[in-house]
Every structure is written in structure tokens, then in C-alpha cells.
Design a protein around this ligand. Structure first.
Ligand code: SF4
Ligand code: SF4
Length: 167
């Protein structure tokens, strides 16, 4: 297990997590491990341990939390949210950490490319003739015209476009 150093900086980072809506109950985690035991991602990826993420967050270990891809592996299924005996809501802690990482421009390349596509096509992928033919086979109408201008404007005004390097 990596060494934990707790000082004014890490405390400040921990406090910034606690201020984000949904993450307020972080300090109630008593490390029972239920979240890890029941998490579908943890069952497949040994390194992904929601309990450890909660522990690192409690000690404000920004460096460890932001230096790997682990935060971005959460599937947002909310199993941990439902099962935690302390209602800590690890899913929300992870969302809060992702938000803080995003603010610092530490964005996973996959998320970056999805956001770039979103700004370009209004969807996370280009929807063309082929995709619409597939929809037709399922008796679905063509994909609605995306509101590309509105999406780009929102992404520009929120600074998202600049962070992901979109156009
Ligand atoms: S977040 Fe909840 S389920 Fe996970 S270790 Fe902490 S108390 Fe247990
Ligand atoms: S929300 Fe994320 S951390 Fe929680 S159980 Fe689902 S995949 Fe695991």
C-alpha cells in the first residue's frame, strides 16, 4: 500500500471534495469494503477498489487519485450508493473527484475524445447513413438532428472545449 502523507495541502483538497454536492458524507466511511465487494467493475479489475478511493479521498491524496486511470473506470451503476451501510455514496465521491480532476485539465483521453466528438457532431460519434440504416433495421426513425451550435456554445462558455482541445 502506498504511503499516505496528510498535511495542510491534502487537508485542503479533502475539504474541496467535501464541499461538492453528494460527497458530503465521505468522512462517515468506516472502510467496511461492501462497496468494493459488490462493485461490478471491481469484480473484473483488481486495481479498482472503491473502498481505497474513499480512503484516499478521506486523506486528500490528490496525487495518487489523479495519477492513474482508476477514477475513470467507474461505470456509475450506483451499486455502491445503494449498498453502503453508511450511505457514503462512493459513486458521488468519484463524480466529485472527476469534476476536480476535470477542472485541473486531468481528463482521461477517452473522455477527451468523446467530448471532442460531441462538440463536432452533437453526438459522441458521427451519425451517418450507416448508423441510420442500422436504426431503420430496428424500426427506429433517423437520429434527430443534433443541436451542434448550442452544444458547442455551452462547451465554449464552460471552458470545456478549451480543456478537451475541440474546435
Ligand atoms: S464507502 Fe461505505 S461501503 Fe464503502 S467502505 Fe466506506 S462505509 Fe463501507
Ligand atoms: S458506481 Fe462505480 S464504484 Fe460504485 S459500484 Fe458502480 S462501478 Fe463500482
Amino acid at each position: 500500500m502506498t504511503e499516505i502523507i496528510f498535511n495542510e495541502d491534502t487537508k485542503r483538497f479533502r475539504d474541496s471534495i467535501l464541499k461538492i454536492g453528494g460527497a458530503e458524507r465521505l468522512m462517515l466511511c468506516y472502510q467496511c469494503g461492501t462497496c468494493t465487494n459488490d462493485c461490478p467493475v471491481a469484480k473484473r479489475i483488481e486495481e479498482f477498489r472503491p473502498r481505497n478511493i474513499a480512503r484516499l479521498a478521506m486523506f486528500g491524496q490528490k496525487q495518487q487519485l489523479f495519477s492513474s486511470d482508476l477514477l475513470w473506470l467507474c461505470a456509475g451503476c450506483y451499486t455502491c450508493y445503494e449498498h453502503c451501510p453508511q450511505k457514503v455514496h462512493v459513486s458521488e465521491i468519484i463524480s466529485a473527484l472527476r469534476r476536480l480532476a476535470f477542472i485541473e485539465g486531468k481528463i482521461h483521453p477517452t473522455i477527451k475524445s468523446l467530448l471532442t466528438a460531441l462538440s463536432r457532431y452533437g453526438y459522441i460519434m458521427e451519425i451517418g447513413e450507416f448508423e441510420n440504416e442500422l436504426r431503420e433495421e430496428e424500426n427506429l426513425p433517423p437520429a434527430p438532428e443534433p443541436a451542434i451550435n448550442e452544444i458547442s456554445t455551452i462547451m465554449e462558455k464552460t471552458g470545456t472545449l478549451k480543456k478537451v482541445g475541440g474546435n
